[in-house]
Design a binder for this molecule. Structure first.
Ligand code: SF4
Ligand code: FES
Length: 249
């Protein structure tokens, strides 16, 4: 396959960026999207040009590092997959592909296609954990019964990989789907109850502080989320937040 690539190039956080045209041929339909970019980078390096910077780690849909906006969609065409799981067979010979970084005020561009998503880390640090007593009296997991529906819903919420596609797909750059998944995975389980109030209050407050926008229920996040995180989590987080606000001192 022969492809025309239009790629966002930006030297650094404060530089102004622009789309740059590249032609690439001999692309195999079996290559992943990131492998196609590897081939482009090898060609750029052999010509003495700067390779395109992009984020990646596991390359198997687990880590959430790959974060490209491809033809206007976070993680490109296809549903339930990350950029690293996207294959070139999704495109046709001669196609023009627009490749940009995730766009959001809270995700500043580091260079080219790589953005800084440490805002998500700070939200997790503000409450996305369960304090565990490690004094040696660990309770057997089976000693705390959990309803099957709750266990399943908590597991579904816990599959969020923190990729940020929900933010990138939202016209308000809202992080509600991400934060609500992180709140839900604990609020549905007995182990998450002791810190439930502080967790939701602190995580929502940190989310606002980071500059993410508000949710206006367009649902774009749910459509683009590679892990199928449901909007139900946002409704659950809103309930948890209301409950915490009414009962906190
Ligand atoms: S909710 Fe989905 S889109 Fe948002 S960070 Fe988690 S996995 Fe990515
Ligand atoms: S590189 Fe890890 S999810 Fe894509």
């Amino acid at each position: 396959m022969k492809l025309n690539l239009k790629i966002w190039r930006q030297k650094g956080p404060n530089a102004s960026g622009k789309m740059v045209d590249y032609q690439i041929d001999e692309v195999s339909p079996d290559m992943s999207f990131l492998e196609m970019l590897d081939v482009l980078n090898e060609q750029l390096i052999s010509k003495g040009d700067e390779p395109v910077v992009f984020d990646h780690d596991c390359r198997e849909g687990i880590c959430g590092a790959c974060s490209l906006h491809i033809n206007g969609e976070p993680h490109g065409p296809g549903r339930g997959i990350t950029t690293c799981q996207l294959h070139m067979r999704s495109f046709k010979d001669g196609d023009t592909i627009y490749i940009e970084p995730f766009r959001a005020k809270a995700f500043p561009v580091v260079k080219d296609l790589m953005v800084d998503r440490s805002a998500f880390d700070r939200i997790i640090q503000s409450g996305g954990y369960v304090s565990v007593n490690t004094s040696g009296n660990t309770i057997d997991a089976n000693a705390t019964p959990v309803r099957k529906e709750n266990a399943d819903a908590a597991f579904d919420a816990a599959t969020c990989i923190g990729c940020g596609a929900c933010v990138a797909s939202c016209k308000n750059a809202s992080a509600m789907l991400f934060v609500s998944a992180k709140v839900s995975q604990f609020s549905l389980l007995p182990q998450g109850q002791p810190e439930a109030k502080e967790r939701v209050m602190n995580m929502v407050s940190q989310m606002d502080e980071e500059g993410f926008g508000n949710c206006t229920n367009t649902g774009a996040c749910e459509v683009e989320c590679p892990k199928g995180i449901s909007l139900e989590n946002i409704a659950r987080m809103n309930r948890e937040y209301l409950k915490a606000s009414l009962t906190s001192k």
